[in-house]
Design a protein around this ligand. Structure first.
Ligand code: NCD
Ligand code: ZN
Ligand code: ZN
Ligand code: ZN
Length: 454
């Protein structure tokens, strides 16, 4: 059996642990593939770990034999960038609808962003959100939002994915763009040993462009309002702050050739930098905004074909470490407003794996590289365990229809796209959370534990 990308550290002896081997959490999957062109084989899933089938499992786990139908078994996606909207914006999403979307899309762990209402900026607000997350169907973690005045919250936050800093304003009111408070946030994060996750767009450039608008423009202007220079300027500034303070940096939704050049250089110099790319910046570009209108309005904007090609190159050469969906649903009613008032963001939890698996089948991306981008790499850089599995159908082509969307927003920029690799069964730590259209019970998810050195 292949090792490497699979988490097989948990080895059980052949004799002596029979009761554990055959507890209700273990299942034998008959006839699955572990790579798109791999052989069809039987495997055992025990408490979220994949093992070779041993005679002892064959004998005693017959009640939990699952037919794999030759489908592909791969690790569940760990999505480090998700906006589940609760508290405060439940018309767009909440922890029930959003984690149904996650389960359906094969996302078995997700980290929720702090730009809710109220924003998650104190330990008390983290506790309130933990209570809401109790209904989650997949494993979850939380970000703390940085403000100009909450370094003590950073020091006492406890188990968080990272401190999120909006260097440019996006959905919600979180923003830190003056030098002194920014440096305080970076220092507090470095002292607490947590990374700084960045929405890196320069607020000054964006404001100047917005001031020049007449007000009757449509969404095709968005790429000009928030140009590549704004992203590159903020990345440059964050890298300098990181160098000065020693904070580890996680760059959200990197979308341009200019940012990638800076980040490639920083990584070459050995800096503690992790780079995220979103599916929408990989599979859509500024041309799509003509068709999508405000549904294609997102921060940072959909970019040129040249930027998109640079992002694919960075995916292949390892400059990009992680795929995060930036699942940012908004109600249709809000997206139907005129361009200046329509919110930015689009959903992504249900389509990320099918988009990427289709790209693998088309030869645009290696399968092992894809698995690392969607699970292995996030597990390593956030220090969490990957314990979800997805059985994906590579042979049936299916295009997403609005009626089957689980996200409360009810729309997707990828409706109508013919994709393969749709999940047919999804497990979180051995529990079936999605089974061909049916969902497991709410509350199966647990809070992940972020393990960090030092
Ligand atoms: C996100 C949202 O709506 O929460 N919007 C977006 O356009 N990406 C916020 C963000 O990640 O910037
Ligand atoms: Zn077994
Ligand atoms: Zn952002
Ligand atoms: Zn986001």
């Amino acid at each position: 059996m292949r090792k490497g990308i699979w988490d097989c550290r948990f080895q059980i002896p052949d004799f002596g642990l029979q009761s554990q081997i055959c507890n209700p959490q273990s299942a034998i999957l008959r006839g699955v593939r572990l790579a798109p062109n791999g052989p069809v084989q039987d495997v055992c899933l025990r408490e979220g770990r994949l093992e070779e089938v041993r005679p002892i499992c064959n004998l005693q786990s017959a009640i939990r034999n699952i037919e794999g139908d030759g489908h592909l078994l791969l690790p569940g996606m760990i999505d480090p960038h998700v906006h589940l909207r609760s508290p405060g914006m439940e018309a767009a999403e909440d922890w029930d609808s959003g984690t149904r979307a996650a389960a359906r899309g094969g996302v078995t762990a997700l980290f929720d962003m702090p730009n809710t209402r109220p924003a998650t900026t104190t330990p008390a607000r983290l506790e309130e959100k933990r209570a809401l997350a109790g209904v989650s169907r997949v494993d979850w973690g939380l970000y703390l939002g940085a403000t100009s005045g909450n370094p003590e919250a950073i020091a006492s936050a406890g188990n968080i994915a990272a401190v999120k800093v909006y260097m440019g304003s996006s959905t919600g009111d979180l923003l830190v763009d003056d030098e002194e408070p920014l440096e305080r946030v970076f220092r507090a994060a470095a002292a607490a040993g947590v990374p700084v996750a960045l929405h890196a767009e320069d607020e000054g450039i964006i404001r100047a462009r917005m001031a020049a608008l007449r007000g009757d423009e449509d969404a095709t202007i968005h790429g000009w309002v928030r140009p590549p220079e704004a992203a590159a300027a903020a990345v440059r500034r964050a890298l300098a702050l990181g160098e000065r303070t020693g904070a580890a940096l996680y760059f959200c939704h990197v979308s341009t050739e200019a940012e990638l050049a800076l980040l490639r250089e920083a990584k070459r110099a050995g800096r503690a930098v992790v780079v995220e790319a979103t599916p929408h910046h990989l599979f859509l570009d500024e041309e799509d905004v003509r068709r999508l209108g405000n549904y294609g309005k997102v921060n940072p904007p959909l970019r040129s074909q040249r930027d998109c090609a640079a992002l694919w190159e960075a995916i292949r050469d390892g400059t990009v470490d992680v795929i995060g969906t930036d699942h940012a649903p908004h109600a249709r009613e809000a997206k139907e407003r005129p361009y200046p008032e329509a919110p930015s963001g689009m959903p992504g939890l249900e389509t990320a794996l099918p988009l990427l698996l289709t790209a693998v089948l088309e030869g645009r991306l290696g399968f092992e590289r894809m698995v690392d981008l969607t699970s292995g790499s996030a597990a390593r850089c956030f220090g969490v365990e990957s314990a979800g599995w997805v059985l994906a159908d590579l042979s049936t082509e299916h295009s997403l229809e609005p009626g089957e969307i689980q996200s409360r927003c009810g729309w997707s920029p990828f409706v109508g796209r013919r994709l393969r690799g749709w999940p047919v069964k999804v497990w979180v730590r051995g529990a079936l959370v999605f089974d061909g259209g049916r969902f497991g019970k709410a509350g199966t998810g647990r809070e992940v534990c972020f393990r960090r050195e030092g």
